[in-house]
Design a protein around this ligand. Structure first.
Ligand code: FES
Length: 97
């Protein structure tokens, strides 16, 4: 699968678009993130192939990775909350330096 990249922000997000995760809503996760202007500004979102079999035969799908942290059975609302928290932390860090 060819990787597709959206945005150029400092927070790196990988969304598994493997078969198991696609059947369990990975595309909806990407759509939800891309509809959020803050996330588009601060994140780089990469659609990728199976993330180290974290899906466990779809039992844990969809799977995303934010920086080094994996999130299984990811729900759009929870992903938005996590990314907004990381954006706020990144903004605070920028202000302190
Ligand atoms: S298909 Fe998504 S982690 Fe395996």
């Amino acid at each position: 699968m060819a990787e597709s990249t959206h945005g150029n922000g400092g927070i790196h997000v990988s969304v598994c678009m493997g078969t198991n995760c696609t059947f369990r809503g990975a595309a909806q996760l990407v759509e939800t993130m891309l509809a959020d202007e803050k996330i588009k500004d601060y994140c780089t979102i990469v659609e990728t192939s199976c993330l180290s079999k974290k899906c466990n035969h779809a039992n844990n799908s969809p799977v995303i990775r934010i920086e080094d942290d994996y999130f299984t059975q990811a729900k759009p609302e929870a992903v938005l909350d996590e990314l907004h928290a990381r954006i706020i932390a990144a903004q605070a860090e920028t202000r302190e330096t």
